[in-house]
Design a protein around this ligand. Sequence first.
Ligand code: NAP
Ligand code: G3H
Length: 484
Amino acid sequence: MFRCIHGDCQKYKNLLNGEWVAPASKKWDKIVSPSDGSLVGEVPAMSREEADEFLKSAAAAQKGWEAVPVNERAALLHKAADILESEKDVIAEVLMREISRNRKSCVSEVVRTADLIRFTAEEGKRVTGESISSGAFPGFHETKLSIVNRVPVGVVLAIAPFNYPINLAASKITPALVAGNSVLFKPPTQGSVSALYLARVFCEAGIPAGVLNVITGQGRVIGDYLVSHPLVNMVAFTGSSKVGKHIASLVGMKPLLLELGGKDAAIILEDADLVLAAKHIVGGAFSYSGQRCTAVKRILVLDSVADKLIEQILPLVRALTVGRPEDNAEITPLITTEAADFVQELIDDAIQKGAKLLTGNKREGNIIYPTLFDQVTVDMRIAWEEPFGPVLPILRVKSIEEAVKITNDSEYGLQASIFTKSIDEAFRVAARLDVGTIQVNGKTERGPDHFPFVGVKSSGMGTQGIRYSIEAMTRCKAVVLNFN
Ligand code: NAP
Ligand code: G3H
């Protein structure tokens, strides 16, 4: 059974070779709700020694899975998507309690993930190779034909962050599986219970033993061991830049996909539609209390329109609902006390250095009320650091050049938004920004999930997005025909 069934026991097991297993060490991590302190469940605190079994099993299962025709692999993913969607309310309830995001948004994450899985199943069938003739290269005649196929890389280690433990798990697991890889999934500790529900969905859909294994345990205990393990052929990671850089220093010659932190700017030009900009900025900055990689994390506004923009933004920020995820509040308790302390530190630093507080700077436990600052300057930490919380700084700039410079001076390069009525100006500015994606007249965001998702500098490495992920999780393998 995937969870212990004695009385009110809340212990969830790990998935190893088609069986639900408890830790040999009998050590468990307690997962407590950030919202009300109640116990969500206990998950195995697996040891490094036990991790070997998970990887041996994944490696042993991979070739058999690769031999299954892609249409059958895709059919299994479709089945998983249907089961996931049918269980959306149960899984969303667990997710809501575990990561303290509001119920409506948790249901959306589950439904979005079912759609992602279906799209991935279909896209997997369309990833094909090519044939290349030698005649195109100088000095060669049509004497050789390279037949290039895409083959799986082997065992993919998928590591997801706490903020979207279902979606950002499936966005790694399913492209890997449809391409014929086996997967070892290590969920975020806070998010493990939801992730184990996702694993159960794949089991119910009939995933063969070992093709998907799921191991829980603290990243700081088993993480280094897993990423540098010789049986891991590729690492797909989403999380903080700090951990991502650390992993990059360990993996050696393995393909690596990294989706990391951001400090996305919304750049407001003088001709912008300020009503539209305000709506997008507030939604982009404060949904899930700012705990999104792609949250709008600073506003760079031309001085001449800054007051008018604030007139539009401030009422929207003041109208945000604050409270419990069960009540669908927009601003809910942050994931940990340390996270809330960190956000408070950034707020205090801004106030101490002279930023003008427009609203917020109120705290109740781990709830940080939505906080908006004007007159933020580049010597303040909030201008550069990722708060991962509901605080938004406004930096007034004198020119577009200054906005571009401040955007590019960031260590991060995930996304940026430009608000303007001039499409020419939007493209001119976009060309100068060192980020993965520029949104014109819209908030920074990842979805829809088949778009390419790219971070540059400390924001990541490689390209995710359904087709891009499948390509990243396969490699070219060529057979050359020689016409003698
Ligand atoms: P995190 O602390 O970096 O953790 C991410 C994952 O890494 C967790 O599963 C964690 O496990 C694991 N981990 C920790 N140490 C490890 C190690 N030494 N080796 C291998 N794995 C290790 O990030 P988070 O707090 O969960 O997520 C928030 C961060 O993720 C933010 O910076 C956000 O911007 C970023 N993020 C980026 C994207 C994107 O697509 N660019 C999307 C979402 C979030 P434990 O939970 O057990 O520690
Ligand atoms: O935290 C990162 C998530 O991938 C955000 O996804 O921007 O589509 O809400 P989203």
